[in-house]
Design a protein around this ligand. Sequence first.
Ligand SMILES: *Cc1c(COP(=O)(O)O)cnc(C)c1O
Ligand SMILES: [Zn+2]
Length: 415
Amino acid sequence: MLNQFVLGLKCRVCGKTYPKQPLNFCTEDFGPLEVEYDNAAIRTAVDRDDVERRPRTMWRYRELLPIDAEPTVGSHVGGTPLIRADRLAEDLGVETLWIKNDAVNFPTLSFKDRVVAVALSKAREFGFKTVGCASTGNLANSVAANAAAAGLEAYILVPADLERAKILGTSVYGAKLVLVQGTYDDVNRLCSQIALKFHMGLVNVNLRPFYAEGSKTVGFEIAEDLGWRVPRHVVVPMAGGSLIGKIYKAFQELKRLGWVEDATCSMYGAQATGCNPIADAVKNGRERHRPIRRPNTICKSLAIGDPADGYFAARLIRETGGWAEDVSDDEISEAMYLLGRTEGIFAETAGGVTVAVARKLIEQGKLPRDEEIVLCITGNGLKTQDAVASVVEEPIVIQPTLEAFEPLLREPVLT
Ligand SMILES: *Cc1c(COP(=O)(O)O)cnc(C)c1O
Ligand SMILES: [Zn+2]
């Protein structure tokens, strides 16, 4: 299979077009670049039936992704479950609730495996032997693992105060891990300089237009699993603000292909109060977000003070009739526990943010109780165990006897 569907790159601000290349900003106005496709060619090359016959990975939508040949990295990524969450729905007081569970994505248990699979496949097409990223944790894990499996050398830069599990979950893959004494925005600035000076494919810097397209597969999978239908409301955690826009873009692309009838969907953004630039912009009616200089939250994966796609995310949320909210660290921990004990899903702090924000928006009447809602769970709780340790019930220690066990029973149990 050879894809000839990518026309090039286009500036989201001024519309200037560029040939496809590892470049993420417009040289005229520094606007972000986005991949442009030949939509007519895609329509004749593939239909819904073709997609349904393929293996359940993100690559069943390969014609809608910006690679020119078969993917060479991350061939098993995606195809995560969409779960009907009736027990959580009851707790939140809504009728129809779904969870898109990317906490079980392969291989590194977050949705970042999707963007990395596209970015590293593209890096190889561009001829890069060395890759890397600026990361708040999950991207570090994913670039390291997928680069190892593909035999690429990887340099991973992260803020020095990252969770231990995310540090170890990067080092184990043999990547060169660099702890930078600064915020994520400091790390990102350094990576932009590195990309200009050295011949490296940095997945969320010079490869960002390609990387970001991988997030569309979350939206494709949600719509397909609903029987080729777009849900009315979707709640998405926001860091750089890319994922939320790409899920919406996925729905619009399916509509344009005629694979879904209607793509009306309101998008809701979730952040932690300790780093809430996009939610703050939405709530205060500001067109542009104010960067947060010193993020301070247990949700490190979302702690980007100056989000690259913040402006577009805030605009999308407003234009689709959605809203944004942010929640405290205590609310995050409580919501992680709630999700665990109602649905049996152990999500990381970002999942706590999503569930807690959904609860807040429902209470505010911003999310209607009688319409279909999808929550995007994007990362795994095993990586952020400390965040929930203080709110769960303490285990009980006993001697190995029936007499010691019996008093623990909460209600009479039939023998
Ligand atoms: C990166 C990340 C996000 C947000 O992604 P953006 O596209 O940068 O907004 C959400 N959840 C988790 C767990 C992440 O690691
Ligand atoms: Zn431009």
